[in-house]
Design a protein around this ligand. Structure first.
Ligand code: NAP
Length: 252
């Protein structure tokens, strides 16, 4: 009984940015809990994640969704919805541009906002419609410590991730009574392609390590437990929450 609360058998989860890092780990983790996967990325490069999902015995289907162009998403989402019932939406894809704010081109600001925020809102609109008809659905946004803190020379990233925490709460308020839970996960510092420049910068790396109570960088697999929880029936009375998975960073 207790473990079956976390089962995703019979469910289909869509994960954006599923090629690498946290998105790949969450996709494979949800498959391990019994979900079939719709994997999306901005290029045709999801074969490795597909294979890892299939090794769990679950099905994997890949689609291109380029989140830099939010206006193109509704049509692409309709094509996915013609073939799949998306029960769980994991908005994982994200980018950052590290630059002092005065040197940032407006196009760079817009690109980060389009991928990290504007597209997320469009995807939620597209996939929440059928969820509302079924009175059932789970939406999990991958937020950040930058949903709570300012970060260092990452103004558009911080703006987008702070807004992501905001829409998580706003949409939870709209849909909590209609069987849809909207939550977010705020990963701490996790070693992936996104953070490789920080890992390779001795000053930033030692500062980050010294500040993490758990005494290590996170691994993409560290996010899987929280993702299964928020995707499953175990969290049916949890909504509007931003769950930090950060080795204790925010408590410090
Ligand atoms: P990652 O390995 O770089 O993953 C980012 C994913 O987003 C990649 O699969 C990437 O695809 C995809 N992506 C980039 N541009 C896209 C676009 N225009 N359209 C569609 N997909 C696009 O980094 P990660 O650390 O796992 O990041 C995953 C999420 O976690 C992000 O939202 C990030 O902000 C968040 N996060 C990460 C950390 C951390 O410490 N790593 C901390 C807090 C929050 P390609 O690989 O094909 O470019």
């Amino acid at each position: 009984m207790s473990l079956s609360l976390f089962s995703l058998a019979g469910k289909t989860a869509l994960v954006t940015g599923a090629r690498s890092g946290i998105g790949q780990a969450i996709a494979v983790g949800l498959a391990g809990a019994g979900a079939d996967l719709v994997l999306t990325g901005h290029q045709d490069n999801l074969q490795e994640t597909e294979e890892l999902v299939r090794q769990t015995g679950q099905q994997a289907f890949s689609y291109q969704l380029d989140l830099e162009h939010p206006a193109t998403l509704p049509e692409a989402c309709r094509e996915i919805l013609e073939k799949h019932q998306v029960d769980i939406l994991i908005n994982n894809a994200g980018i950052t541009i590290r630059k002092p704010a005065v040197n940032l081109a407006f196009e760079e600001w817009s690109k980060v906002m389009d991928v990290n925020l504007n597209s997320v809102f469009v995807l939620i609109q597209q996939f929440a419609g059928p969820m509302l008809e079924r009175h059932s659905g789970k939406i999990v946004n991958i937020a950040s410590l930058s949903s709570f803190q300012g970060g260092i020379t990452v103004a558009p990233y911080t703006a987008s991730k702070s807004a992501l925490a905001g829409i998580t709460r706003a949409l939870s308020n709209e849909w909590a009574s209609q069987g849809i839970q909207v939550n977010a996960i705020a990963p701490g510092y996790v070693q992936t392609n996104l953070t490789q420049p920080l890992v390779e910068n001795p000053t930033r790396n030692s500062g980050i390590m010294a500040r993490i109570p758990a005494g290590r960088w996170g691994r993409p697999e560290d996010l899987v437990g929280a993702a299964i929880f928020l995707a499953s029936g175990a969290s049916d009375f949890v909504t509007g929450h931003v769950l930090a998975v950060d080795g204790g960073w925010l408590a410090w």
